[in-house]
Design a protein around this ligand. Structure first.
Ligand SMILES: [Zn+2]
Ligand SMILES: [Zn+2]
Length: 336
């Protein structure tokens, strides 16, 4: 009989339907194209030498001629950089000026420099840039919430090949994050402890869903994973905001994320995925009940009418089996 599991963080019920499970290998859809991309492409605006094709930089690591990471305003920004916060109400019509920030982070000068195959130093440069922009965005008084994410591949929402991620500063705090914070506060009221610290402690005791551990981070498949190979990366130390990481922790987080992505890349042959940072909207906030983390969602299945109609998920893969598979992935000595 299928089992329903409750996700304490998202408050979602997930139907675990392992009788419909596939072997992990069956998820492999050969991304031949991505594997064969050249290091430089003449037609790509993000490749070095084409800097004049993009809007002026908002941040750069390295020199103009030899950069490691650069960020630029998104040409197709969801929000306008110019303008003031303003709100209007007219009957049932509630509107706000669409102001905010939206940058694209070009992660690497190499057109084929994917996170799973670049040297760790490259991943650490990406994380230094993430943090600099995260702080820069919160300096803008119009920005109430910063969302940092990566879309990798068409099923994850991008057709642009060159490795990039995005950061958006919105003029409102979206209900999804507000809800999670409120629920975490309720849990803390009831028990006196941080829900996320508790989950991490239980996962470390149980060990069945752990994928990998670094000095400061733990990557695991949640007990009620919403989708196959859904992964969370939690800092071991309690902190509510990404801003609170020490330099050593920040660099270790780059390593933890890279190792988790390598397991997908080499184990499932480079699936499309999204990753997203879940951090407190107040960058300096140090509350006891919220704990920042990163989520990786491989795009191996599609949500359909049932998910739309119920808000529930069906996961055909058992989290314990997914974690076991990912733990066993062999990372080659020479990354390629
Ligand atoms: Zn390129
Ligand atoms: Zn905590």
């Amino acid at each position: 009989m299928p089992e329903l599991r409750f996700n304490l963080v998202t408050k979602d019920w997930v139907i675990m339907a392992p009788e419909r499970a596939k072997r992990p290998e069956d998820f492999i859809k050969k991304n031949v194209e991505r594997g064969q991309l050249p290091p430089f492409k003449e037609s790509c605006p993000f490749c070095p030498g084409h800097e004049n094709l993009t809007p002026p930089e908002t941040y750069r690591l390295g020199t103009v001629d030899s950069w490691q990471v650069r960020s630029i305003p998104n040409k197709f920004s969801a929000l306008s950089r110019e303008g003031e916060l303003s709100r209007q109400m007219d009957g049932i019509k509630r509107t706000m000026a669409g102001v905010g920030l939206h940058d694209v982070i070009i992660e690497n000068p190499l057109h084929n420099g994917f996170p799973a195959v670049i040297p760790l130093a490259g991943m650490q440069d990406i994380f230094r840039t993430y943090r600099a922009l995260y702080r820069q965005f919160y300096q803008d008084p119009r920005v109430k919430m910063v969302i940092l994410f990566k879309n990798n591949g068409a099923a994850a929402g991008t057709s642009l090949e060159h490795p990039h991620s995005q950061i958006v500063g919105t003029p409102v705090i979206p209900p999804q994050i507000r809800y999670r914070i409120e629920e975490a506060q309720k849990y803390h009221d009831d028990t006196g402890e941080c829900l996320y610290c508790r989950i991490l402690g239980e996962e470390l005791k149980d060990r069945n869903r752990i994928i990998l551990e670094t000095e400061h981070f733990v990557a695991f498949v949640p007990y009620a994973a919403l989708t196959p190979f859904h992964t969370w990366i939690f800092p071991r130390r309690h902190m509510a905001s990404f801003d609170a990481l020490t330099e050593a922790e920040l660099l270790d987080m780059a390593s933890a994320l890279q190792q988790a992505l390598q397991r997908l890349y080499y184990g499932l042959d480079d699936p499309d995925y999204n990753y997203v940072l879940r951090s407190l909207p107040d960058p300096q906030g140090n509350i006891e009940y919220f704990h920042f983390y990163m989520a990786i969602v491989p795009r191996l299945t599609k949500a359909a009418g049932f998910e739309l109609g119920s808000g529930m998920y069906i996961n055909t893969q058992l989290p314990e089996k997914d974690a076991e598979f990912l733990r066993g992935v062999r990372i080659p000595d020479k990354l390629e």
